[in-house]
Design a binder for this molecule. Sequence first.
Ligand code: ADP
Ligand code: ZN
Length: 720
Amino acid sequence: MAERIVDVLVPLAVDRPYSYKTSEALIPGDIVHVPLGNREETGVVWPGSGEAPATAKLKSVIAKSDYPRLPLELVKLIDWIADYTLAPRGMVLRMALRRSSELGAAREKIGVRVTGVKPPRMTDARARVLSLLENGLLRSKSEAAEEAGVSPSVIDGLIDQGALEAIALPPEPIALPPDADFAVPELNPAQTSAANELREAVHTKKFSVNLLDGVTGSGKTEVYFEAVAEILKTKRQALILLPEIALTTRFLDRFAERFGERPAEWHSAIAPRKRARTWEGIAKGEISVVAGARSALFLPFNDLALIVLDEEHDPAYKQEDGVHYHARDMAVVRGSLAQATVVLTSATPSIETENNARRGRYKRLQLSERYSGTEVPQLEAIDLKKEGPRKGRWISPRLEQAIGETISRGEQALLFLNRRGYAPLTLCRSCGLRMRCVNCDTWLVEHRYRKRLVCHHCGFDMPPPQHCPKCETADSFVPIGPGVERLEEEVRAAFPDARTLVLSSDMSGGVERLRAELEAVTNRDVDIVIGTQLVAKGHHFPGLALVGIIDADLGLNYGDPRAAERTFQLLHQVVGRAGREKAGGRGLLQTYQPEHPVMKALLAGDRDAFYDSEIASREEAGLPPFGKMAAIIVSAKEGPAAESYARKLAASAPLSDDVRLLGPAEAPLSMIRGRHRWRLLVTSPRNFDLSHYVREWLAAAPPARGSLRVQVDVDPQSFL
Ligand code: ADP
Ligand code: ZN
């Protein structure tokens, strides 16, 4: 075959593909090895490859890889995201290829079984292994070693002596096929009608977005499982995105209860080889259902027919580093490219989604009652101006009394405070020095269990100083304000006989420990739970009867356009953990602002009132989703360099009647990891191509030299 030119995109910080010669028949999506500088890279043949004859100067493609090709739909998604977010195309591709470099056969597992030959010398360890394997069955070598409590070398020794024989085991399948009919639930009428709508949507094979809008505990999962069942019957593929995959053992189990097998998993904690095999299994269509974190959106499904985003309002769906993208929006894009059914579930939809549902762009499927038939909890405010706690305490008398009543009935109470650690601020009593991070413009947070002062932005930590570094007074530091650890101290003092537990993402022991702790709460091995936002996320704690919000105002006071929305969603979700199986769930909300619209809507249980007013005020201010917004963050090692470049950038913005430029201003978090930060914000009407405008602007802007870095965040969620 004659040589021709192909364009190959490499997974590096480049925006355009490079041209290569090839005599192979390559088509877009093919994964290839190409020379780059003096290295070899794995890239992907990109559309628009030239038909022009190859010129001598071009280098040649080394070889086509054995990996399955990327579906064209995924190639288009990558283009779309790069154009929209302004991230270099190659870096978006990298998210889709990240796992394939480890492609390869599964590591061969060795099984062992007894031969009947006795080893010449018997030791305790050897005896344990032989008695474990006495039944003559084949067992994996590593398991046998672990269960017998011996090192693998003991097993090897027994093999050498002929007492055990080694046999290669077939690779474990990544995910066995789920069975649509394994345990079909009986749905109530509202669930049935929502499930029918979803089944119908899947059948049409046309793109649609559905908001599964149901109160906490209404059985949204049960309903979208019916759409998954439909996918299984028609042998297509489904993707379920979850906001906090590390905590979703419960979800995987629930899936297995319904379908007989767990789905394939996709998130950062999966081991490389398993990841590689999962990737391949999806590309080949051997895996039908994947449950994963937002990065699963970039998997090479060839026949994706259903995308579910569970708890679609969750802020964790926005990626805040590298490529800044929002998984909800990109799920909708991928759904439209795949002509798939998209299902967004929430009891507190994002303003964007609620607005789309109100305008008929998304179809709303409503579940207005809890499956158990219990009411969503009664909420009462505790006005901290009138009935606040005693000095140095954080729990008001009324809340304390409610906790006492709850646990004496044998039920559980949850205290919610969205602050990790013991105290958010540590201050010298003698000179007033506040302990700050050395890299960031933040206070260090005391973590008493760990005996460290910690920066929540860069991870810097240090032991609490014995003497004040400034005035040198000994033991002069006092904690200011509460974190969950300090709250626990108060709870233990007030209820010494109760079993208390702090649930926070930063405890030692990581995910395993958290899973065990969540189990303990579910099994009622705990009376009082003290938790951060982690507890808001979809958990079903049957014995939980009371939720106390320690500081309902905590999220309201930042200059963040989404502060009201976030607070409403978070508090509503937390309170929704109570009374899920038994009537009489209660929520108590400690606030200085009971008259604030967010508190009023929460207290009245009037969700629509909140959305009405929030949507109206966003519309009036031209804020998303009624206008577009992009943040530009300029950072540098030196403050003046960041500032002066930010000003130059602002001065070079092309004139446009559609664009409003705010700033530059020093970022509220003016330093992170030793970098000084300045922010610019641009807004435009909804129908204006703001990404294009910013791209042209930055392309023509003065070059950012030295330590300067310019980051673009389209549709920013964080304003720090
Ligand atoms: P949501 O996601 O809407 O908060 P879930 O899907 O977690 O609610 O359901 C709440 C509880 O009710 C779960 O324990 C679930 O198993 C149970 N449930 C919901 N619908 C059904 C049903 N049709 N049959 C049996 N159990 C159900
Ligand atoms: Zn720091």
